[in-house]
Design a protein around this ligand. Structure first.
Ligand code: SF4
Length: 449
């Protein structure tokens, strides 16, 4: 979400007359769009600001702005610690960044952070329409901002505010415009996507309706979403996934932990048994479903027995892959106050390596089972490690590499690839056919003599 916010922010700045600079050394304006989810966000921010201070001393006209979750949380403190910053704006007024930068030229340093989102501003289409997107064939679409849950470890509700959903018609309109520009894959973003629309209507789960509506957008071949909350995963969503052909068979369902006392202490709102029931229903209903998850190791008070119980559930869930996190306290969250129950680093390290072993085993089994199958692959570009290979994503969202031996293939092509080898984090295969050429227009640079 932070990365897509950056695309939207870049779009607003371009619409205001700016153009991208090759690096901060050439830029008149540098905007740092911060995220507090990762550990040490403040260290990273102030070290980046330290580097920019030196540049600003050489070029005093350069403007520096700080936005995003760190700015929302720390506000005026940023100027106190780095008085060479020109503008601080929060998560609720991203679209104000261009005008704040203009005002700061005349008025001097400005801090403008709103305490709560303005629902109307958050539903505004403009930032999405102006977004300067990284890929011409795959796009993110924010469907909702904020979160109404209160997971004990999570800073998001404090920095992103209550859930605000964008109107369904606007999202269909955005998807249609994206399809017209050649985008074939969209990923819907929200903190809890399957509560999408709860703030708009009490009639029916709007997320399931949104999936069905996006199924009718001509040109959109793949729809993905992240992340649904297990407690809100409704049968209607599962049905919409199974009945809508362009919705990919991929479900990222964050379990976080497999022991019920820990889940309750995390305030997740479900038990491990309930999670497994929903998972079973989704797997029954959706053909060839890949399931990924998020897991936290070392939540305060996690006992050896609870960790073992969690490993059993994780092993039984047979995940295709998982994002694993070592608990680290976020100031302002309930879990940060549980410091008398923090788990020792050595214990966490040992648990983490056991968890990784279980996850690698299930990922490898899942990938081995795909050897010999033919996958539909959307080509992303040359492999980062070997330019003799292409990389792409299967419909399940798995990364696959294959030899680049067909000169007609380009980023954005859709090809079929037979899987030859499975590794825990990727597949290897051989291309069989080009299913279609890229749909997006490719800009050919003009050569001047
Ligand atoms: S549902 Fe997700 S975003 Fe919301 S509080 Fe829990 S972890 Fe944070």
């Amino acid at each position: 979400m932070n990365e897509h916010d950056t695309e939207r922010l870049a779009g607003m700045l371009v619409a205001d007359g700016m153009s991208p600079a090759p690096s901060e050394f050439d830029a008149d304006v540098v905007v740092l769009n911060t995220c507090t989810i990762r550990e040490n966000a403040d260290l990273k921010l102030y070290s980046a600001l330290g580097h920019l201070k030196a540049l600003k001393e050489q070029r005093p006209d350069m403007q520096i702005a700080v936005g995003g979750c760190m700015a929302q949380k720390d506000r005026g403190q940023i100027l106190e610690r780095a008085n060479w910053v020109d503008v601080v704006f929060g998560t609720h007024n991203l679209a104000a960044a261009p005008s704040l930068l203009r005002r700061a030229r005349k008025e001097g340093p400005l801090v403008e952070v709103l305490d709560a989102p303005d629902p109307e501003a958050n539903r505004d289409m403009a930032p999405a329409l102006y977004a300067v997107r990284d890929s011409p064939f795959a796009a993110w679409m924010t469907i909702q901002t904020g979160c109404d849950n209160s997971c004990a470890y999570c800073i998001v509700p404090a920095v992103r505010g209550r859930e605000i959903s964008r109107p369904l018609e606007d999202l269909v309109c955005e998807a249609t415009m994206l399809a017209e520009s050649g985008v074939v894959e969209i990923t819907l973003l929200g903190q809890n996507v399957n509560s999408y629309g709860r703030d708009i209507t009490k009639r029916g789960p709007l997320f399931a309706q949104l999936l069905c509506a996006l199924g009718d957008v001509s040109g959109i071949e793949r729809v993905r979403f992240t992340s649904p909350h297990p407690k809100d995963l409704r049968p209607e969503t599962i049905r919409a996934m199974s009945d809508t052909p362009n919705v990919c068979p991929q479900l990222h369902l964050p379990l976080q932990h497999g022991a019920n006392r820990v889940l309750s202490s995390m305030r997740r709102g479900y038990t491990a048994e309930r999670y497994m029931e929903k998972l079973a229903r989704a797997r029954e209903a959706i053909d060839d479903l890949a399931v990924t998850t998020d897991l936290i190791v070392g939540f305060p008070g996690e006992s050896d027995e609870e960790f073992d119980a969690s490993l059993e559930i994780i092993s039984a869930a047979n995940f295709d892959s998982a994002y694993t996190f070592i608990f680290s306290p976020r100031e302002g969250t309930r879990a940060a106050l549980m410091n008398d129950e923090f788990i020792h680093d050595d214990v966490i390290k040992e648990r983490f390596s056991r968890l990784k072993h279980v996850l690698d085993r299930s990922a490898l089994a899942k990938h081995d089972a795909r050897v010999g199958l033919v996958e539909e692959v959307l080509v992303e570009g040359p492999s980062r490690r070997n330019d003799q290979m292409w990389s792409g994503r299967t419909r399940q969202g798995k990364l696959i590499h294959f030899p680049a031996n067909d000169s007609t293939v380009r980023a954005g092509s859709l090809v079929s690839v037979r899987v030859r080898h499975g590794a825990p984090y990727f597949l290897l295969g051989d291309m069989e056919t080009v299913l279609r050429a890229p749909r997006h227009k490719v800009r050919i640079p003009l050569l001047t003599s």
